[in-house]
Ligand binder design. Structure first.
Ligand code: F6R
Length: 249
């Protein structure tokens, strides 16, 4: 079941998601939150940082969705760096409770298994924040990923490398592989909130919510989750059939 919320613009959509996360943390001080990187969640973290007190986050843990393979942790675009800069530091989380997959591990399969185990040991993810790729990926589960997939090393799609080239000096610097939570891992979260903003996401959002369920569009798997909310700004909702039928916020 997917609940759709359409907000008038990107700041209000991000504020809505920050409100959902804030409420989850207030209700459950030991909340385990799943965090996404990329452009979309940045305004959510900024809004959340203004609402949370050190007391609120004392027991909170976080797990990132993914990390590039082979990019040094110190690189400003490694997800270790991005999560520290956008989540750990501004939200005031205890860095020892924030995990990002180890994309520099010599044994990626072992690192992936260890990451899965760490999520289970933490009690599972209470609320997972997601973005969506222009090719429909969630995490770095590219088209063709199995709905049962778990954390593993994957090759990034050409579309994803092109989309993420904006974060690097040259397109050739975008890593070719990543370590990502699987679709099955993501679906294990007790609650999922996907945020999509802007006209560039309108077409894929419409297909994800209303097109055929297929591994070729990984985000369609979210339709099987019992508690998934999709928050859109008007631009990202523009291609929905009969738009306006979603709940507005
Ligand atoms: C990020 C991630 C990706 C992004 C997606 C959208 O951790 O797993 O699935 O959410 O590529 O990226 P943006 O928000 O930059 O459009």
């Amino acid at each position: 079941m997917i609940d759709i919320v359409i907000s008038p613009d990107a700041p209000s959509a991000a504020a809505h998601v920050a409100g959902i996360l804030h409420e989850a943390i207030r209700q459950h001080p030991a909340a385990v939150i799943g965090v996404a990187t990329g452009s979309t969640p940045s305004p959510v973290y900024r809004a959340l940082a203004t609402r949370l007190t050190p007391e609120d986050v004392r027991g909170v843990s976080a797990f990132a969705l993914d990390e590039y393979v082979g990019l040094p942790r110190e690189h400003p675009e490694s997800y270790h760096s991005v999560v520290f800069r956008e989540v750990t530091r501004p939200l005031g989380l205890d860095a020892r409770r924030v995990r990002v997959p180890d994309g520099q591990a010599s044994d990626l399969a072992a690192a992936a298994e260890e990451y899965e185990n760490a999520i289970v040991t933490a009690g599972g993810v209470d609320i997972q924040l997601l973005g969506i790729g222009t090719n429909g990926h969630i995490g770095f589960n590219e088209p063709g990923s199995a709905v049962t997939s778990r954390t593993r090393a994957v090759r990034l799609a050409a579309q994803t490398r092109a989309d993420n080239a904006r974060f690097f000096d040259t397109p050739g610097e975008v890593p070719t592989h990543a370590l990502t939570q699987g679709i099955g891992t993501i679906l294990d979260a007790r609650r999922i909130v996907l945020l999509a903003l802007g006209p560039g996401k309108a077409h894929i959002v419409s297909r994800a919510l209303h097109g055929p369920m297929t591994a070729e569009l990984p985000a369609t798997a979210l339709r099987t989750h019992p508690a998934c909310t999709v928050v859109l700004d008007r631009a990202a909702a523009a291609a929905l059939p009969g738009r306006g039928w979603g709940r507005s916020a």
